[in-house]
Design a protein around this ligand. Structure first.
Ligand code: NDP
Ligand code: MG
Length: 398
């Protein structure tokens, strides 16, 4: 593949920064068309100076204004946009080949669909967009003839371990095995989890990530979202998706074939590896990650999710199979509830263990209607958020 023009949605986040790190190693391969953030003026300014995109966007209008002034002072001719609507424009623009979708949460849904419809190479880190978008997301990818490539490390590992021809997957594969580190509370006494603080929850043992996914990793809701993500990405029956706890995060996930052979992808825990894979696919390009040092690698261990009280500690994971077997739209309800619950926990409105209560109760209280359009999804998302917020209010009064 020759020169690629890139839009990075969420360039000021953890995945966005790692993407720019990989891009900077290959100036002859990539050109940045657009960079976007929500509110972070200083960082987006620095990124604009370094990568000189055609467009920069901050969702927050006041932040966008500041950015525009600073770029003008520098004499840089970069068009500055603001507001969420123009994210779609930058994701679908005719000059763009590849879109890195690294916004956090359902806020990235519309721009993902715009990129899919426009037939882009869509590098998907924003798992919530696929969890909410589900079949509609996939149908836009198909109708737009887009190429959807997973960036989530587990899904990149599975994609790398699968045969090239998707029509053979169902017949050849017995199951896929998603690995999970178990996060910071894998060994913690479940009866003390209500005391967990936001700082403790955000301290992941192996990965440095944004706040929301860090909390999701601590509750294992991240793995729950990843089971749903795997179902949609690989078209597999939920029964064929398994989770195993692997605290060292070296085996990034595995595929078990009908003959019992297991194919896995291994590497150091560094998101630049799956990012470089997505950017370079089908070639392999340098990522900047360090090599696995087999002599000094800790022994690799694997634990069954059902053992060691993991079910008590991480009740959220099991919701994945529940919502996949429920009405379409339930995955979106769960995602909306979880986004509200994580935000309430980070703002110290609810306890760590109440995140699951918000998710559970919202699912019980809210039945999704039929979904045929992006508007249906956005309405479902906002209604589920209202229900989840009222559950948060009830819990915070206790
Ligand atoms: P961060 O919180 O670090 O970054 C989020 C990005 O989205 C920032 O650029 C932020 O802008 C922007 N953003 C936040 N809210 C909005 C909004 N309402 N509208 C538009 N843009 C917004 O998250 P991560 O990089 O950690 O995660 C991004 C996605 O990738 C998530 O879906 C996560 O699950 C997934 N992922 C992350 C991994 C990781 O290692 N971090 C691994 C695998 C998947 P600003 O900076 O201005 O706030
Ligand atoms: Mg992951």
């Amino acid at each position: 593949m020759g020169f690629q023009t890139l839009t990075i949605l969420g360039s000021t986040g953890s995945i966005g920064k790692s993407t720019l790190d990989v891009v900077a190693r290959h100036p002859e391969k990539f050109k940045i068309f657009a960079l976007t953030g929500n509110t972070q003026v200083d960082l987006l300014f620095e990124q604009c100076v370094l990568f000189k995109p055609t467009y920069a966007l901050l969702v927050d209008p006041r932040a966008a204004q500041k950015l525009e002034q600073r770029l003008k002072q520098m004499g840089l001719k970069i068009d500055v946009l603001s507001g969420a609507k123009d994210l779609d424009l930058l994701a679908s623009h005719g000059e763009v080949d590849t879109v890195m979708a690294s916004i956090v949460g359902a806020a990235g849904l519309s721009s993902c669909l715009a990129a899919a419809k426009a037939g882009k190479r869509l590098l998907l880190a924003n798992k919530e967009a696929l969890v909410v978008g589900g079949h509609l997301f996939l149908s836009q990818v198909n109708s737009g003839n887009a190429k959807l490539l997973p960036i989530d490390s587990e899904h990149s590992a599975i994609f790398q371990s699968l045969p090239e021809d998707p029509s053979t997957w169902d017949q050849r594969i017995q199951k896929i095995i998603l690995t999970a580190s178990g996060g910071p509370f894998k060994a913690r006494d479940p009866s003390t989890l209500h005391l967990v603080t936001p700082q403790e929850a955000c301290r992941h043992p192996n990965w440095v990530m944004g706040q929301k996914i860090s909390v999701d990793s601590a509750t294992m809701m991240n793995k729950c979202l990843e089971v749903i993500e795997a179902h949609y990405l690989f078209g597999l029956d939920p029964k064929k998706i398994e989770v195993v706890i692997h605290p060292q995060s070296i085996v990034h996930s595995m595929v078990q074939y009908k003959d019992t052979s297991v194919v896995a992808q291994l590497g150091t825990p560094d998101m630049r590896v799956p990012i470089a894979y997505g950017l370079g696919w089908p070639d392999r390009i340098e990522s900047g990650a360090s090599q696995l040092d087999f002599q000094n690698t800790p022994p690799m261990t694997f634990e069954d999710f059902d053992s060691h009280q993991h079910r008590d500690r991480f009740p959220g994971l099991l919701l994945a199979w529940e919502v996949l077997n429920a009405q379409p739209g339930s995955t979106g309800v769960l995602n909306a509830a979880n986004e509200i619950a994580v935000d309430a926990f980070l703002n110290q409105k609810i306890k760590f263990t109440q995140i699951h209560e918000v998710n559970r109760r919202t699912l019980d209280l809210f039945a999704p209607g039929p979904i045929t359009s992006l508007d249906d999804l956005l309405i479902l998302d906002s209604h589920a958020r209202l229900v989840a917020r009222s559950v948060v209010e009830d819990l915070s009064k206790l």
